[in-house]
Design a protein around this ligand. Sequence first.
Ligand code: GLP
Length: 262
Amino acid sequence: MEIIIQQNKQAASVAAARVVARLVSEKPDAVLGLATGSTPLPLYAELIRMHREVGLDFSAVTTFNLDEYVGLEKEHEQSYHSFMWQNLFSQININPDKIHIPDGMTTDVPACCAAYEQAIVDAGGIDLQILGIGSDGHIGFNEPTSSFASRTRIKTLTQETVADNARFFDGDESKVPRHCITMGIGTIMAARSNIMLAFGGGKAEAIAAMVEGPVAAMVPASILQHHRNAKVFIDDAAAAQLKRADYYRWVYAGKPDWQQDA
Ligand code: GLP
């Protein structure tokens, strides 16, 4: 894992966006895995800026979102479908035919999940997966004790995640769906590279457990220790509980020029 600590989320997001932009520039038909939540918003804003100001071209890019709530119509303002259109897709030149988000209204969940996995394979696999982390260490909606071998499937949210996400549902936990369809941990690990973002003191404990704790199903994100190409972009607050923070800063400061953004 490469740990990149920046002073604030803006700087960390710009650094992460450069990695995404480099891939899309070098491989215009790249396959991106996308995340929702508040964390990737400044990253998406920077990609939109690059599209507008320097012509970053998404026309041949394919995307797969990590997850979707079960039982929310695409048009629901809190569906991840709505989130993605509002915060990214409507502002870049992506081809709508190349966008994939699990269907939270499917009447056949197992078939929908199998088709999602197959679509990823048919697209050639995910080149770069963007991830956030839940305060309980989840990635996608793979809650603690999720199998490291799991693939896209239905999951039940933990009470902690329901409480965390109630802020998007008028603070009313009863409005938060209990179920979701999420890529599995095995799906995420099959991506050729992963970028994790986390900001703020509320993520510090989860980040320390992910980076420096034992690899354990109780901290789903810790599996990234086994990934060949995982970068973790965090701000000072999210880095606060890392024992080796000074070492990670030292490594990043000494990175050779040719390796920047790679
Ligand atoms: C949700 C999403 C995750 C996201 C997490 C953190 O549960 N399924 O993909 O990483 O929340 O959200 P936030 O970025 O708002 O803290």
